[in-house]
Design a protein around this ligand. Sequence first.
Ligand SMILES: [Zn+2]
Length: 178
Amino acid sequence: MFGVILGTGVGGGLVLGGRLVEGANAIAGEWGHIPLPWPGDGEHPGPACWCGQRNCLETWISGPAFRRNHREATGRDLAPDRIAEAARAGDRDAAAALDRYVDRLARGLAVICNVVDPEVFVLGGGVSNIPDLYDRLPAAVAARVFSDRWQARFVPAQWGDSSGVRGAAWLWDGPSPP
Ligand SMILES: [Zn+2]
């Protein structure tokens, strides 16, 4: 399983066979600081990231990035869950911002599928409270994965939006799995 945090920052953690993979340099799963894959018009060179690189996923799919992207397009400042609410209520600009967000998140996750092909993605962080993500990610990720037959589950972190990736990983392999 791959756990992702979509909060103020963006991170990830990989669990294979019930064990957290830390990697040779303890950076396995540092998914937030790889570049946005398949950049389109207006997505290159991309925003500067605090880490010193440009176009990191974190600069597109963190909670503040989602908020900024909607604000730059509409002039309205809404938190991510309110953007999704507005989209569901028929606000076309909010729906477009949510579409962009889902597409970018899906691109980032598709890269993980092509490398380690997880069965399950556990989403944590404040943006993981948006229910639309769970409905839409399967098709959005499938469109980018290099396989005709692909499926994975997307589930919210059961410790809530403040769960850490280690917590999500532990829960998934814990004594009382869901
Ligand atoms: Zn970065």
